[in-house]
Design a protein around this ligand. Structure first.
Ligand code: ZN
Ligand code: ZN
Length: 251
């Protein structure tokens, strides 16, 4: 008589073996993370992420009051893209998660981030082609990956990673004003294929002032894109960034 087929180990069994061999400490609070699907952030810390506070502008998703569906930036021509939403507010937890995804090789964080973004995609996105915000080649080589691309491939839609090339290595945008950022970015991107009549989704980890997204949207619209949508994990909201460490973990 044939031996019964070995049963596949459950997720839980695999996790406990991995936790024994390679324990993971939460990058935020330091406690062990027992379920690997959370990557290197424990469930309590994931729970300290906050949605972007309402009301938001129906077009750009900024937490701003809107008149006739447009906030002050959208009404005064400050928004080139047609629609934007972010999964969470850029609070302390989001900052840590993005920092580790970008600078300390915690690439598996892209999966739980992607899980949240797949929910956000249901909030009115029409595009079926995803374009990760490109890094300059030399920066991508240094880092070994483009974090926007890691997030983009988790969304379950076609991804066009090489559609736009970053032409020059733009100095860091940190600390620059809105207009300085726009100047810094002009002519930074080159579109390498036709997007005539297409609706596309630009994806990145954080939306700060929107200067990069605006410049990319300009390039895409010049190339014929009919609608440019923007999806990011976190959104910086001027003056709204609460401390969010889980109090249970504080000494
Ligand atoms: Zn934690
Ligand atoms: Zn707006």
């Amino acid at each position: 008589m044939a031996a019964p087929l070995a049963r596949f180990p459950t997720r839980k069994m695999i996790d406990s073996v991995l936790n024994f061999l390679f324990p993971v400490a939460c990058i935020i609070c330091g406690l062990p993370v027992l379920e690997r699907r959370h990557s290197s952030v424990c469930p309590a810390c994931w729970n300290t992420l906050e949605p972007v506070p309402q009301p938001i502008c129906p077009r750009c998703g900024a937490p701003e009051a809107a008149i006739e569906d447009r906030c002050i930036h959208c009404r005064t021509g400050g928004t080139v893209f047609d629609f934007a939403r972010s999964a969470v507010l850029f609070n302390d937890t989001a900052r840590e998660i993005v920092h580790h995804l970008k600078y300390s090789d915690r690439v598996s964080l892209a999966n739980p981030i992607g899980m949240r973004l797949r929910q956000t995609l249901k909030e009115g996105f029409e595009g079926r082609l995803v374009i990760p915000v490109p890094l300059h080649r030399s920066r991508e080589r240094e880092r070994g990956y483009n974090q926007a691309e890691l997030i983009a491939v988790t969304l379950g839609l076609p991804v066009a990673s090489r559609l736009i090339r970053r032409r020059k290595k733009t100095p860091t945008q940190t600390g620059l004003s809105r207009s300085q950022r726009a100047h810094n970015l002009s002519a930074a991107f080159e579109l390498r294929a036709d997007v005539d009549g297409m609706t596309v989704i630009l994806v990145d980890d954080v939306l700060t002032t929107g200067a990069t997204m605006n410049e990319l949207s300009r390039v895409l619209k010049r190339g014929g894109a009919s609608r440019v949508e923007v999806l990011t994990f976190a959104r910086v909201a001027d003056g709204i960034s609460r401390r969010s460490r889980p109090s249970a973990h504080l000494p």
